[in-house]
Design a protein around this ligand. Sequence first.
Ligand code: FAD
Length: 300
Amino acid sequence: DIYDQARATGRQPLSFEIFPPKGDLTLETAHEVAAELAMLLPDFVSVTYSAGGSGNKRATADVAAMIHDDFDVPTVAHLTCAGATEDSLAAALDDLKHKGVTNVLALRGDRVPGTEPDAGPFRFAKDLIMRLADEGFCVGAAAYPEGHIECTNFKASVAHLKQKQDAGARFFVTQLFFENEYYYRFREAADKAGITVPIACGIMPFLGKAQIERMVFMCGASLPSPIIKLLAKYEDDPAALRAAGIEYACAQLVELQAHGVDGLHVYTMNQPDIARACASALRASWKQGAAAAGSDEAVS
Ligand code: FAD
């Protein structure tokens, strides 16, 4: 699968997330973003899925296929199942197959206010995972180092993750987190629960106060005090705050890399400068590590 391929290179897989055209964003713009990301040689690019609103539900598969075909970069198409019927899912899977998309990140999707996500044949992500695995897709799924926002019991959250692996998930990507300790603790709990597949770390830089507030309320990630201090320090300087957010994410990634985590996944928010900064910080630190190991060997 995509993780085995990436790990054969001897370093942790690095991947990027983008979102497909919606609103003002066109397929051409998505192509330009993808071209810049492809230059950074990621192990894969994942493309989010938007089930609600007037968005084009086929856009995810279109962009995933475009990145694969035009740039020869492996892709993962996200797919949600809340509210899906047997027929709508069959049509979505046909579309993915028709476009040559073989890797899918299987998600339940966020609750849409006023609708009942538990209705229908695909109540949890594991139901979708099972179906996708049966159809021959390489399936990934979401993991939550601080527990999922609707699940107050951390142990239950890990047990639900194990169910996803048992249903056929071959890799996980985490929700964003701002303190690496949460990931380390979670990976340990996952190991104890028998989760053996890679769990890549999803890292999102904070770019502004409104964005961070939205993210924290949506997914329940904890905000550590160094970030709160940065938000206060740069309250009147959005450009400096954005730069500080990217720098913080780079430092987080470099530490995770040194820790030997399973994979690194950057939420780029379609802003290639974020991906560039992260990739170059990781490359510099990796080279430094390799050079230090080389000089140790020379000494011994
Ligand atoms: P599930 O695994 O089904 O979990 C949902 C809730 O049900 C959790 O609280 C879980 O603990 C609980 N649960 C699971 N199994 C059981 C069980 N057997 N019994 C009782 N409770 C159970 N959303 C989008 O709309 N589009 C995207 O492209 C997208 N991409 C994402 C990418 C990543 C890496 C992540 C981390 C999230 C993404 N999301 C996306 C958000 C995701 O859809 C939400 O977090 C959603 O609320 C849960 O999705 P899930 O697949 O984890 O659901």
